[in-house]
Design a protein. Structure first.
Length: 244
């Protein structure tokens, strides 16, 4: 007589479920494997369907996936990253406030402090951002940003420039972003602030983006005065070659 099949009770299955779940490999959203890539796509799809995310990410799955990766690298909320990541003529840029907050909360440094120099209203009026590295107690100081520098770089004279209306705030923002880029570039991940991007690009009559580097490259090279070529003696004939 054949033995009856073993019957498994519901309680047995319920007790075994946690063990099976614990034995499953953890999958993290990303690009490491097919499962992680699919998980990132699912998260990005959900975010792209939300009306709470900025318009740049709504119904835009690739942009949401990029935002998710940035959030993972920074250890920040994806929604927080989306709300502080701007696209300026196709280029991503952080809000200055987000970059400052990321630096202040990273745990490696004290909060950013600002030191003003020069005379307010003059070209020598400027600001430096400083902080203290907690591990060593050393004070770190960023580059000096002045109104004169803003004028030389063309930031001050651009159409709609905030350097003319809120110069103190712009000095603080730019000084802080330069401090982060020089001492903790991994926090900005190589992405400039939106204000920096707006200050360093120009739109021509066709709508093309022209950077300050493009403008400098298009400037004519300084001409050198024509100098006479000295005679080069030829040993065999004694003749010389002269320049005309």
């Amino acid at each position: 007589m054949a033995a009856s099949p073993t019957q498994t009770s519901l309680a047995t299955l319920r007790d075994a479920a946690p063990a099976r779940i614990e034995s499953m490999p953890a999958v993290r959203a990303g690009y490491e494997s097919l499962q992680s890539f699919e998980l990132m796509q699912r998260g990005a799809k959900a975010l792209s369907a939300s009306t709470l995310v900025p318009a740049t990410f709504q119904n835009n799955l690739p942009n949401c996936m990029i935002a998710l990766e940035l959030a993972q690298r920074l250890g920040a909320s994806p929604l927080l990253v989306m709300q502080n990541l701007y696209v300026v003529h196709g280029r991503p840029g952080w809000s200055a406030q987000f970059l400052i907050a990321t630096f202040n909360q990273c745990g490696r440094f004290s909060s950013i402090q600002y030191k003003f120099e020069g005379t307010e209203g003059k070209d020598d009026w400027g600001c430096r951002a400083t902080a203290t590295e907690k591990a060593s107690g050393e004070t770190i100081t960023g580059p000096l940003v002045t109104i004169g520098l803003a004028k030389k770089e063309g930031w001050y004279s651009k159409s709609g420039s905030k350097w003319q209306t809120i110069p103190q705030l712009m000095l603080m923002y730019r000084a802080a972003s330069w401090l982060v880029r020089t001492y903790a570039p991994e926090l900005s991940m190589g992405i400039s602030t939106q204000d920096e991007i707006r200050d360093t690009i120009t739109i021509d009559e066709r709508g093309n983006v022209i950077t300050q580097d493009d403008i400098r490259a298009a400037e004519p090279l300084p001409t050198m005065p024509n100098a006479p070529i000295e005679a080069i003696p030829v040993a065999e004939t004694g003749a010389g070659v002269t320049g005309g």
